[in-house]
Design a protein around this ligand. Structure first.
Ligand SMILES: O=C(O)C1=C[C@@H](OP(=O)(O)O)[C@@H](O)[C@H](O)C1
Ligand SMILES: C=C(OP(=O)(O)O)C(=O)O
Length: 429
């Protein structure tokens, strides 16, 4: 990555990863043919797609973001031949665990080196309470095996952490459980499962932190329009915010209130962000977003914004590095169990770039300063790699990022799009 570069123009980033996963899962167990537009053709969502193909679901595409799913109905999935490999994708493994807990066959899910280190006990524990038989490797890590043929009972589950993956897992198992399954979350997390289930005609009641559904119902196929992923848009929101003269418009971005922490935090830092053309597409709010350069200032990030921006912190740390003064993040210990320990890995990288970034147990303290050239390791974490690329916009010398192989998990055309908007990125084999 060469220093400097410009950020100007208009762009549409790829489809929302969370919604893409869910569209395949729900479309597969629905009655009828579900069509999806705007599907993210990234490796994580494709892992979910391939998992359902392996369980006998006919899925056409993806072709230019269009996927056609021939739903097999709630009891139509078939035992896969061999294990299901879900690569780097925590969402695939955790949500599928819930959906597969109520099937008649055994399944084992495996993942790559990063996923194999991530905690799965958080989904295994509530599923066992429901009567599922779940096996993990030592320390509650993958592989994850679900034994089929169990009869599940609904539970009233109070989540120990703010996690949409755990909430969704329990609700998906609840589809196959006898009685009313309830989840209570400690803070609002993304509610795409609840919204999309309703879109498929399944009754889900939400009252503040509580979501509940009755087991035993059926889903009816629908058309799903997946908006651009605000988590991918975030890289360019920060890129434009830190680059003098930048003026960028990102089109058709999902602005679900449970996902807009990055907008709220950048605005609190002094960011110049205009949200316009607000509309609703298939039960999800969507808008265009214009971002112009502004001198950012450090802030204490409000803890209530943490789950609303959970995947955007790596790039928000870059914003903090370019801000005047100190930024303090607390209450974000979940960042330590993502594709990498995102607190430590970002702090190490920013320090290598000459920025004072001190990790704490549940966050980080960053002093804004001058970013220098450096060679930094992204630890094969897509969001870290893209965040370091954004940092190069304000660096005094080139930044070389190693371990970038996983960028395609969430943002396959990142380099092309970033280059098109004016960033100087060179990819070395
Ligand atoms: O439900 C989802 O689609 C996701 C939930 C979040 O994980 P947690 O539930 O672990 O916070 C997020 O980090 C992940 O990228 C996608
Ligand atoms: C945490 C992430 O995804 P997952 O948990 O699905 O691997 C992410 O995309 O930042």
């Amino acid at each position: 990555m060469q220093p400097g570069g410009q950020i100007r123009g208009k762009a549409r980033v790829p489809g929302d990863k969370s919604m893409s996963h869910r569209s395949i899962m729900l479309g597969s167990i629905a009655d009828g043919v579900t069509t999806v537009d705007g599907f993210l053709e990234g490796e994580d969502a494709l892992s979910t797609l391939n998992a359902f193909r392996a369980m006998g679901v006919e899925i056409e595409g993806p072709e230019n973001g269009r996927v056609v799913i021939h739903g097999v109905g709630r009891d139509g999935l078939k035992a896969p031949v061999g294990d299901i490999y879900v690569g780097n994708s925590g969402t695939s493994m955790r949500l599928l665990a819930g959906l597969l807990a109520g099937q008649q066959f055994d399944v084992t899910m495996t993942g790559d080196v990063s996923l194999s280190k991530r905690p799965m006990e958080r989904v295994a524990a509530p599923l066992r309470e429901m009567g599922a038989v779940v096996e993990t490797a030592e320390g509650g890590r993958p592989p994850l095996t679900l034994r089929g043929g169990q009869s599940l009972k609904a539970i009233d589950y109070v989540l120990p952490m703010a996690s949409a993956q755990v909430k969704s897992c329990v609700l998906l198992a609840g589809l196959y459980a006898e009685g009313e399954t309830r989840t209570t979350e400690p803070a609002p997390t993304r509610d795409h499962s609840e919204r999309m289930l309703r879109g498929f005609g399944y009754k889900v009641d939400v009252d503040g932190p509580v979501a509940k559904l009755q087991g035993g119902g059926r889903l009816s196929a629908v058309h799903i329009d997946v908006p651009a992923d605000i988590s991918s848009a975030a890289f360019f929101m920060v890129a434009a915010s830190i680059t003098p003269n930048a003026d960028l418009t990102l089109e058709h971005v999902g602005i679900n209130p449970t996902r807009v922490g990055v907008i709220n935090i950048l605005r609190a830092m002094g960011g110049d962000i205009t949200v316009f053309n607000e509309r609703e597409v298939g039960g999800e709010p969507v808008a265009d977003i214009r971002i112009c350069y502004a001198q950012l200032k450090g802030i204490n990030i409000p803890e209530d914004q943490v789950p609303l921006a959970i995947d955007e912190f790596p790039v928000l740390f870059v914003a903090a590095a370019c801000a005047e003064g100190q930024t303090v993040l607390t209450g974000a210990e979940e960042l330590r169990v993502k594709e990498s320990d995102r607190i430590q890995v970002m702090a190490d990288g920013l320090q290598a770039m000459g920025i004072s970034a001190e990790p704490t147990v549940d966050g980080v303290v960053i002093q804004g300063g001058q970013i220098t050239g450096a060679t930094v390791d992204s630890h094969h974490d897509h969001r870290i790699a893209m965040s370091f690329a954004v940092a190069s916009l304000r660096a005094t010398a080139p930044i070389k990022v190693t371990g970038c192989d996983n960028v395609a998990t969430s943002f396959p055309n990142f380099v092309a799009l970033a280059s098109g908007l004016g960033m100087n990125i060179e990819v070395q084999a």
